[in-house]
Design a protein around this ligand. Structure first.
Ligand SMILES: *Cc1c(COP(=O)(O)O)cnc(C)c1O
Length: 228
């Protein structure tokens, strides 16, 4: 199938999942994950209506961002090293992967230095997997509270990547837990903190994520095909 057809199919599946769970399909956006995808393929997806692109590596993103400047929004979804924070605040509209106060402070400092505020999500490692980024569940509210005090950082919600399962139903409890956590944090009412975005769900499980409240689904393979 073509990239345009793949994207159309992903959007149809999102719409169906949203309607099944009584949500508005417009409340869910696709972040097209373009790591390792070549520019012509990205171009096809953008022409087919993809509006948000997600990148895992700052270096790889730069070339693409120049090429598509102004036509799409860019989200950073990879592990962000502090020494790349300076570039990230200039290049990306949303950083999904803040998981330490140190990184939050560095983004704040770098954004402040160029007169910007940087919108971020807090990445949560719900299963406490050693190989994955993300703050542990029990540390989330402390991190949010501290990062909420940073003038040039805006917390907009949460992101998670559950353990890998063949069966998306097994990922569902993690999606539900992230939504419950975001409701809990919203109720704490930290000044300036919004819990409006939930970034969860990938090619194998985005429908379950939408049914559990995802507002941003990060989809690579189902749009662009398998990565090398
Ligand atoms: C690669 C990646 C995705 C997309 O994964 P697919 O299974 O190809 O849809 C989503 N989120 C993150 C953080 C990724 O690194």
């Amino acid at each position: 199938m073509s990239i345009a057809a793949n994207l159309a199919r992903v959007k149809e599946r999102i719409t169906a999942a949203a309607l099944r769970s009584g949500r508005s399909p417009e409340s869910v956006k696709v972040v097209g994950v373009t790591k390792t995808v070549e520019l012509p393929q990205v171009e096809l997806a953008v022409q087919a209506g993809l509006e948000i692109l997600g990148e895992n590596y700052v270096q790889e993103a730069r070339e693409k961002i120049q090429r598509f400047h102004g036509r799409v929004h860019w989200h950073f979804i990879g592990r962000l090293q502090s020494n790349k924070a300076k570039h990230a605040v200039r290049l990306f509209d949303l950083v999904h992967t803040v998981d330490s106060l140190r990184l939050a402070e560095e983004l704040d400092r770098r954004a402040g230095a160029i007169g910007l505020t940087v919108p971020v999500l807090i990445q949560v490692n719900l299963a406490a997997e050693a190989t994955k980024g993300g703050v542990r569940l029990e540390e989330v509210s402390v991190l949010v509270e501290r990062a909420a005090g940073l003038d040039h950082l805006r917390i907009r919600g949460l992101m998670t990547m559950p353990p890998y399962f063949d069966d998306p139903e097994r990922a569902r409890p993690y999606f539900r837990r992230l939504r419950e956590l975001s409701e809990k944090i919203a109720a704490l009412g930290f000044p300036g903190v919004e819990m409006s975005e939930l970034s969860m769900g990938m090619s194998g499980d985005f429908e379950a994520a939408v049914e559990e409240g995802a507002t941003l689904v990060r989809v690579g393979t189902a749009i662009f095909g398998a990565r090398p």
